[in-house]
Design a protein around this ligand. Sequence first.
Ligand SMILES: [Zn+2]
Length: 161
Amino acid sequence: MEAGVSYCGRCGHGLVVETVHGKPRPRCPRCGNIVFLDPKLAAVVLIAIDGKLVLVRRANEPALGEWSFPSGYVDRGEAVEDAAVREVREETGLVVEVTRLIGVYSRTGDPIVLAAYAAEVVGGVLQAGEEVSDAALFDPDALPPLPFFHDAGILRAWRDR
Ligand SMILES: [Zn+2]
């Protein structure tokens, strides 16, 4: 069972996983409540400065200590582009404007959906911000190993433009 959905939100009874509408879903055996878990949306941002890409070194799991693109979860009610801009500002100190959607990335069995954007810098100074231990520029042809499943596809789609 996924974290946070062990108990029925309606009556407080423990949930069980049953096949409902063709998929395993948490269901309450007492009141019949079915929990439909939503996907989780994250924004990923590729920012080029003089031909180099901004990466941040992650200070949290997953991929603690590894370099990755600035990214973060979209708050409920927040425009996705606004989340992209906010996460970049929090993690890198840079003020950016989104220039295009690179693509939307998901895969079967993974609760996280990524919206990948390209952005350009309009202000700020590159520095390590919240939830990262470093922020730096890398030549796109000499990036460190990127930790996440969709990273290579996002990078390829960004380059193909
Ligand atoms: Zn219940």
